[in-house]
Design a protein around this ligand. Structure first.
Ligand code: ZN
Ligand code: ZN
Ligand code: ZN
Length: 107
């Protein structure tokens, strides 16, 4: 094997390495999106806390009473916030403007 060929193979191998790393990173970013540390784009409260409406109206914050809706676009909002928003926006997702279709709900 010539030195040139070895160098070319080495470069190709590291290119594949960085592609794999990038793909892994993207998968992690995609997966964590809409989960912890996420903020509701409607009320700006954390998604692992209750929405702003529940926060001001209830003294004892009941997390279970304020569920989260995930759309098929992978955006998540407090159910209270997105339901109110969708009524005004003709079912448009606040973040991407596409029709918001509920993928799952819960906590
Ligand atoms: Zn909210
Ligand atoms: Zn709420
Ligand atoms: Zn969306």
């Amino acid at each position: 094997m010539s030195d040139d060929l070895a160098a070319a193979l080495g470069a190709a191998a590291s290119a594949v390495d960085s592609m794999v790393t990038l793909r892994k990173w993207n998968a992690v970013a995609y997966w964590s999106f809409g989960e912890r540390d996420a903020v509701c784009a409607v009320c700006r409260n954390q998604l692992d806390e209750v929405c702003i409406h529940c926060a001001v109206t209830s003294d004892s914050v009941a997390l279970d009473a304020c569920s989260i809706l995930w759309g098929v676009c992978n955006h998540a909002y407090h159910a209270h916030c997105i339901v109110k928003f969708l009524k005004q926006s003709r079912d448009m997702c606040p973040l991407d403007g596409s029709t918001f279709i509920v993928a799952r709900t819960g906590r």
